[in-house]
Design a protein. Structure first.
Length: 143
């Protein structure tokens, strides 16, 4: 996994186009992008590993990720999807393994940053909590 040097403006545009974050104001979007670290994940690289302690969440900006539980495929993630939010907010252990299928760009949010953004940005909080709630109540990786 490596840092990705695209401009904050480009990342903000990508985030603002994602349905999950449609309720966010331009200022909210800029705040999230500024608080995050942008990463690029190579094909085959594991982003999140099941049953490990997790303290970061990721917003997928582009690419595709495969989701497995106990070694079995359960779904995929694409632009607009969140991963790692359960470990970051409900923790401590990751509920699935997430592996890049193609080169993937994502925003990485440490748990403390995620909490601050959720506390201060209601539309962002709604997107994160809605995703986490769905995952905790049923398999939602295959939307």
């Amino acid at each position: 996994m490596r840092l990705f040097p695209s401009s904050e403006h480009v990342r903000a545009q990508r985030l603002s186009r994602l349905d999950r974050f449609a309720g966010m104001t331009p200022a909210d979007v800029k705040r999230v992008v500024a608080a995050a670290t942008t990463i690029r994940v190579a094909p085959g690289e594991v982003l999140v590993e099941e049953d490990t302690v997790g303290a970061t969440a990721y917003v997928v900006l582009s690419g595709e990720l495969a989701i497995t539980q106990r070694g079995e495929p359960i779904g995929t993630m694409r632009a607009g999807d969140l991963t790692g939010e359960i470990g970051a907010v409900a923790g401590p252990y990751r509920s699935a393994t997430v592996t890049a299928v193609v080169e993937t760009e994502a925003l990485e949010l440490a748990a403390d940053v995620l909490k601050t953004l959720c506390d201060e940005l209601p539309a962002f909080r709604a997107a994160v909590w809605d995703t986490a709630q769905k995952r905790l109540t049923r398999d939602q990786y295959t939307e």
